[in-house]
Design a protein. Sequence first.
Length: 204
Amino acid sequence: MSDTKDEKVKKFIELYFGRRLNEFNKIADYKKLSNADVARNTYKTIDEFFICELEITSRELEELKKVTKKFDIFYKAYINGNDDRKKWSERENGLNLYDWFITNDEGEKCGYCGITQDQLSELAKMRGTEEVPNITLNNKQKRKNGTMEIDKIDADGKYESENCKFACPFCNNAKSNLISGLDWEKRFAKVMKRYLIEELEKEC
């Protein structure tokens, strides 16, 4: 891809994740075409729309999809089914959300205690089995895989970049809406990290 790779990535993020131009009716609205059929006749495929709009080749489009694949997985898992988080993405047009994702270690580490996703996954296997991991102590389905969650630092605030961070299920559940993010990080995060490391070391 050319020297404008970063600009192409940002534009792709804006169009695909910010404006959600993944259907012909949305493309029609964006391009001020009369209806979805006109958009479909113009571009034939959604990929062709992005190739034309970004002035790139099909190979370059595939590269953009690879670069943003992890963010795409994050978006579908955390944003797509939650109205408040959708508003977060819409307010920031996708780009700030992408920047937030990158600067928050792409969900690979808890923003409070620092435990990693790999360590959580290992703990889930230890508490469950290799075939059926389950991080909970009562075999409940919720949180069983031990994946990172999105926590609002100020529980009374909005979902927005300045007020959110990735949190492991242990920190997020214990902190809940009872302890501020600042107090949790200052008073309890190190203790939680020590507990989790000790749990991981039980099988060593």
